[in-house]
Design a protein. Structure first.
Length: 324
């Protein structure tokens, strides 16, 4: 027996959840989990037309034609296979009721043409090779989008009518986030850590935003945090590991500077240079107070709770006259 072919024994072991079929006139198994079998042929699934929830994760599938006769499929996990852009089309033409689709850890370099999945609410395509989100705007009812660990640079293909509430863009190559402003009334959770973002001005219009992760980007100035003052629903912010989170080290004296400065001995010059370096712990504490003063609605900053007492203290500190 070819161990790479899905068989009846595999299916018998993976079936669960008895309930009414899609047309509601009979009872059948609705859920199937055939994960981690390393099969490359699942064509036997064409005989199980009543399934509504299928997990095919961690196999060796190169196409989804095995799903072409399953019209009432609602949830599909086909992550960790060998699927590419065009391998999914034939298999997903008939199950048009899919609401949750996981295509993570495959070989996609673009969003497949799945606009006919008009009930799709959740799409996960983490760990692929996507460079753009072209085609996303055609998914009119999408509420959750996860595209972590790709090669995204262009995220411009959104439209203002999409009800996206959760978006996960971590570990990409994104620098321009201006198009996110089109999601101003719906987006509630946004993670974009480990990208190349410099400006947060486009986030000022996200009036429904509750959770935001912008850690490990290229944000260099606290003025960018000012753009978040209008996001009054924001309660959780992660901003660590950006350049503004670290004290600036003064430049050493170089040969093209004034020769009179170069005349100072190394004994004098070194203490002068180091004396202006801010202690990193002090810098972090001061920055936290500044951010909490700017965004007094935050309940958590950099994964550390910010109780009301700390936020009040930050507000008072920000209004205190400078020492001396």
């Amino acid at each position: 027996m070819d161990s790479g072919i899905l068989n009846k024994d595999h299916i018998a072991a993976g079936l669960s959840c008895i309930g009414r079929t899609g047309i509601g006139v009979s009872i059948a198994y609705l859920k199937l989990d055939v994960s981690n079998l390393m099969v490359h042929d699942a064509s036997i699934l064409n005989n199980y037309t009543s399934l509504q929830d299928i997990s095919l994760t961690n196999n060796q599938l190169t196409d989804l034609s095995c799903l072409s006769t399953i019209p009432y499929l609602l949830k599909l996990d086909a992550s960790r296979n060998k699927l590419t852009n065009y391998d999914v089309l034939d298999g997903l033409m008939k199950p048009t009721y899919i609401a949750t689709l996981n295509l993570s850890y495959n070989l996609f370099n673009e969003i497949p043409s799945i606009s006919h999945l008009t009930y799709l609410r959740e799409l996960r395509m983490d760990h692929n090779s996507l460079t753009t989100l072209d085609g996303i705007s055609e998914l009119h009812h999408l509420t959750v989008l996860s595209v972590r660990h790709n090669h995204l640079q262009d995220i411009s293909d959104f439209n203002s009518n999409q009800p996206i509430r959760q978006m996960y863009l971590d570990n990409n190559e994104i620098s321009d986030i201006s198009k996110l402003s089109t999601l101003s009334f719906t987006l509630e959770e946004l993670t974009m850590n480990r990208n190349s973002i410099i400006s947060l001005s486009s986030l000022a219009q996200l009036s429904s935003l509750i959770k935001l992760d912008i850690s490990a980007n290229n944000i260099n100035n606290i003025e960018e945090i000012h753009h978040l003052k209008t996001t009054t629903s924001l309660t959780h912010l992660i901003m660590k590991d950006n350049p503004l989170c670290f004290p600036k080290i003064p430049e050493l004296i170089t040969s093209d500077q004034d020769t009179s400065i170069l005349a100072y001995s190394e004994r004098i010059k070194r203490p002068l240079a180091m004396s202006s370096v801010v202690d990193p712990v002090v810098h972090q504490s001061q920055l936290r107070m500044k951010v909490l003063a700017l965004l007094p609605h935050l309940q958590e900053l950099d994964l550390v709770s910010s109780p009301a007492e700390e936020r009040v203290r930050a507000m008072i500190h920000s209004k205190a006259p400078p020492a001396g």
